[in-house]
Design a protein. Structure first.
Length: 324
């Protein structure tokens, strides 16, 4: 009995230990089956599902991009019709063109929303792989120069130029307040999106007003173009300056065409939009350039531009750093 009594507890402890070990193993198996559930891991798994190693330009991509199967794209998704949200979906010229490029590259281009003036910093910090956001190709951006201070603040970027646009002015419909072009803006109020070519042009024109003994332009800069349009709609400013595709779209659709009117004639300061790629990423840059060129060749580029009524902005040649 003594021997039997001492063996029973030992057997009980053994069974409990085995059960505990089995529970641990089962838990690990469940965790393993579930996998890493972080947003980044989910994005990687989704990218792997759509990755196409047989796509025409897949082998041109850097090895690390091939392996992860996607690029993070920084973009200000408030800039109709270039990029914007509709019923939760990201739409516009840039997303449609990115989708056409994705087919040729065999990877996903994931758009991430940010205010326009933070995109260059996001590239510098490697939060984004590239920026595609109606970004005008300028020498300052190529060289990492702050347009306000003239000081170098970063390494700069390379641009793949894919559209050729200028900036336009628009006012309330039937209430131009004497605004009929940039030369009539002295002493007037204008709204722009912060950090854009329109913002820079407004500051230059304001200095010219003062140099000629006239009142400067009162400039109100907003995080996005929608806020600038709201300011004009409520008569808080006399005019808004935006890139031509954005201005034309706003005039066409806001209030079913009853809110705004274009003024000042042809767009000023025609310049290319570019996909921004950090310096030192030549392999990625060249693969993206090849994707735009192939989209032009197979007709998908023209379809995107026709869809958004910007076919006049088409480029005949995809240049690198063609801005001035």
């Amino acid at each position: 009995m003594t021997a039997s009594t001492t063996r029973r507890p030992a057997a009980g402890r053994h069974r409990k230990a085995v059960a505990a070990a089995a529970a641990v193993v089962a838990s690990l198996m469940v965790l393993s089956a579930c996998g890493d559930q972080t947003d980044a891991a989910i994005a990687r798994r989704e990218a792997q599902k759509s990755r196409n190693v047989h796509a025409p330009l897949f082998k041109l991509l850097p090895k690390d991009v091939q392996e992860k199967g996607f690029l993070q794209v920084g973009s200000d998704i408030t800039y109709k019709p270039v990029e914007f949200r509709s019923n939760g979906a990201i739409k516009g010229i840039d997303p449609d063109l990115a989708a056409a490029m994705s087919k040729e590259l065999g990877i996903k281009l994931n758009f991430n929303n940010a205010t326009f003036d933070t995109l260059m910093g996001g590239l510098k910090s490697k939060r984004y792989d590239i920026a595609m956001s109606a970004m005008t190709d300028t020498k300052e951006r190529q060289e990492g120069i702050d347009s306000n201070t003239g000081k170098k603040i970063g390494q700069g970027v390379d641009f793949i130029d894919y559209l050729n646009v200028g900036v336009s002015l628009y006012t309330q419909k039937g209430k131009t307040n004497g605004v009929d072009g940039w030369e009539t803006l002295c002493g007037k109020k204008i709204a722009v999106q912060r950090g854009t070519v329109s913002h820079d042009l407004a500051k230059d024109k304001s200095k010219a007003c003062q140099k000629n003994g006239e009142e400067p332009i009162s400039i109100e800069a907003f995080d996005n173009d929608s806020e600038a349009q709201t300011r004009l709609r409520t008569a808080g400013v006399d005019a808004v300056s935006s890139d031509y595709p954005v201005a034309a779209y706003a005039v066409k659709v806001s209030g079913h065409g009853k809110d705004f009117q274009m003024v000042g004639g042809a767009p000023l300061k025609a310049a290319p939009y570019g996909i921004a790629v950090p310096k030192g990423q030549e392999k990625l840059r060249d693969a993206l350039k090849a994707a735009v060129e192939l989209a032009i060749k197979n007709g998908s580029y023209a379809k995107v531009l026709d869809k958004w009524d910007v076919k006049d902005a088409a480029v005949k040649e995809v240049k690198l750093n063609g801005g001035s």
